[in-house]
Design a protein around this ligand. Structure first.
Ligand code: ZN
Length: 165
């Protein structure tokens, strides 16, 4: 049985819950997520909890913000043109405060939280939407394999669930 260590390619199912037990994300009914271990492809606390596990293992881990998406920082609010907001949730008619939008920035697309909608300009917060949250992950390891040389060189997994070039 291969155990997860640096340069392992891992596929896994997860359910993410917040401190109140509400499910925020899950891929249980979809394809497993795939990543290359040891290349900063995941939040630090989750990657640390994966080390030494093997296919078939199930476990739960609760992460403080510092081990997950960081603490919530004040002063991260900016104004962006309304038309730059992307990713209106399915079924929603209008943008409302608290919704998460995708905005193109100089550093690439970023998830932001809508603070105050407006007709032409909107106020958004650029903290990661999961920043400042205590997060619990229920993990089930699907498979573990050794990475190919080109995956190690690229720093990410290839094939189903990984990067395609
Ligand atoms: Zn690649």
């Amino acid at each position: 049985m291969i155990q997860i260590e640096n340069d392992s390619v891992v596929s896994f199912y997860y359910t993410l819950r917040d401190a109140q037990g509400e499910v925020l994300e899950s891929n249980e009914d979809e394809r497993p997520m795939v990543y290359l271990h040891g290349h900063d492809n995941m939040i630090p606390g989750l990657e640390a909890a994966m080390a030494g596990r093997a296919a078939g293992d199930s476990f739960e881990v609760t992460l403080q913000p510092e081990e997950a998406y960081g603490v919530w920082e004040e002063g991260q609010q900016i104004k962006v043109p309304f038309k730059h907001l992307q990713g209106l949730p399915k079924g929603a008619r209008n943008w409302q405060a608290g919704m998460v939008a995708l905005v193109e920035t100089d550093q690439g697309p970023r998830h932001v939280t809508l603070v105050k909608p407006g007709r032409f300009m909107v106020l958004v917060d650029t903290n990661h939407p999961l920043a400042g949250k205590v997060l619990s992950y229920a993990i089930k390891i699907d498979s573990v394999r050794l990475a190919e040389a080109d995956e190690v060189a690229h720093g990410h997994a290839h094939g189903p669930g990984g990067h395609h070039h």
